[in-house]
Design a protein around this ligand. Structure first.
Ligand SMILES: Cc1cc2nc3c(=O)[nH]c(=O)nc-3n(C[C@H](O)[C@H](O)[C@H](O)COP(=O)(O)O)c2cc1C
Length: 229
């Protein structure tokens, strides 16, 4: 997937269709691995509901983490860096559904996923003086998300912060997390295929996400804003 897939919005109807679409984001460096297959199956559920979806693998993009230049305070989007994230922002804005899947690396999301999430910082609005009140420009639009994680070991302790590291920022950005799918005990590439119960569950979660998005989004901004420190 590349620049050619960047969405362009031509009219109101088209814009509404795109808003109902789901963006699937894979955070594993391992092509054809467990996270890839889990994401594909979640998106199969979305497609089964006849909802549009678009999949990206972060390893296919060249981008860095946020450098904290704060240029986005004036522009509302990241202008301090021109890199692969510039291709991804239109997808993020237009898709009302989001699926994030990451393998556990050292009790956490991968560095690809962490950098991706950090680059969503441009969607916040902070009131001066800081720290003060803040809000997200993605909030109040009926955005919904699913998060999934795969790890080798068998306990939640060994998955560590992987789910938290996706849930906290997505909620802060204004997404409602409608399902979480932690998968334990899988190490080898694509071994997840041998667990039909997980694949069935993933498909159902994707379908449920798509169905939840058919509820009309709020027309006026009503998103949460929070008081800081
Ligand atoms: C750098 C690295 C760190 C890892 N850290 C953990 C860990 O903290 N806990 C765990 O259970 N598995 C850990 N694993 C195992 C992966 O989570 C596991 O193999 C997973 O199935 C990989 O998913 P993928 O095929 O989507 O990349 C680690 C693997 C790598 C390469």
């Amino acid at each position: 997937m590349g620049a050619a897939d960047t969405p362009s919005v031509s009219n109101g109807e088209d814009r509404e269709k795109r808003r109902s679409c789901v963006l699937g984001v894979g955070g594993s460096p391992r092509k054809g691995g467990n996270s890839d297959l889990l994401l594909a199956q979640l998106l199969n559920g979305v497609k089964a509901h006849a909802t549009r979806c678009h999949a990206i693998q972060l390893r296919d993009y060249q981008y860095t983490g946020c450098i904290g230049c704060e240029k986005c305070r004036r522009t509302g989007i990241c202008t301090g860096l021109r890199d692969g994230m510039s291709l991804l922002y239109p997808h993020i804005i237009h898709a009302r559904g989001m699926i994030l899947v990451s393998p556990t690396h050292h009790y956490n999301i991968t560095s690809w996923m962490k950098s991706f999430i950090d680059r969503l910082y441009c969607f916040y609005h902070f009131q001066a003086p800081r720290p003060g009140n803040w809000s997200s420009r993605l909030a109040g639009q009926g955005r919904k998300a699913v998060i999934g994680a795969v790890c080798e070991q068998n306990s939640p302790k060994d998955m560590g912060f992987t789910l938290d590291a996706m849930r906290y920022p997505l909620e802060a950005l204004g997404y409602e997390i409608v399902a979480e799918l932690p998968v334990y005990g899988i190490f080898d590439r694509a071994k997840i295929k041998q667990h039909p119960e997980i694949m069935t569950r993933a498909r159902k979660i994707g379908h449920d996400l798509a169905r939840s998005l058919t509820i009309a989004p709020p027309t006026a901004f009503s998103g949460p804003s929070m008081a800081g420190g």
